[in-house]
Unconditional design. Structure first.
Length: 153
């Protein structure tokens, strides 16, 4: 089942890089940018994370909080956060359960090869926990993603 605009996001989102459980209720009264990305420390994913980092204070001023999700493990997430000074948490989705629930894990093709992977997708969840906007893989602008969410592009 893939979640769509208007659906309620799941209450339990997963564990962050420090093993803390992240719940939707932790963000009550705020908009949540939940972005799914393929892999820590790859060029596109680093550009996207750094864009969100650079616009983080403005996102927070406008009532947003940010969470990233990939299938990387906690150790990889910690290194990624440290290396790029990311001010937000990253959810460990090694079993792909959250990604499958949101419909961001599936079959991909590149250079004639087929494999399973993460579709770069961003969900904006409103103050009540409902999905308000979905930025699809073809729409995500990795280098300007923060501004894209803020509606500045």
């Amino acid at each position: 089942m893939t979640l769509k605009i208007g659906d309620k996001a799941p209450e339990i989102l997963g564990l962050d890089q420090n093993g803390n459980e992240i719940r939707l209720a932790d963000f009550a009264g705020k908009k949540l940018v939940l972005y799914f990305y393929p892999k820590d420390n790859t060029p596109g994913c680093t550009a996207q994370a750094c864009s969100l980092r650079d616009d983080y204070s403005e996102l927070r001023k406008q009532g947003y909080e940010v969470l990233g999700v990939s299938a990387d493990n906690a150790s990889s997430h910690k290194k990624f956060i440290e290396k790029h000074d990311l001010p937000f948490n990253l959810i460990v989705d090694s079993d792909k359960s959250l990604s499958e629930r949101f419909g961001t894990w599936g079959e991909k093709k590149m250079y004639g090869r087929t494999y399973m992977g993460m579709f770069r997708t961003t969900f904006v969840i409103d103050e009540n926990g409902n999905i308000e906007k979905i930025i699809s893989p073809k729409e995500v602008k990795t280098k300007e993603h923060g501004k894209q969410i803020l509606g500045l592009l």
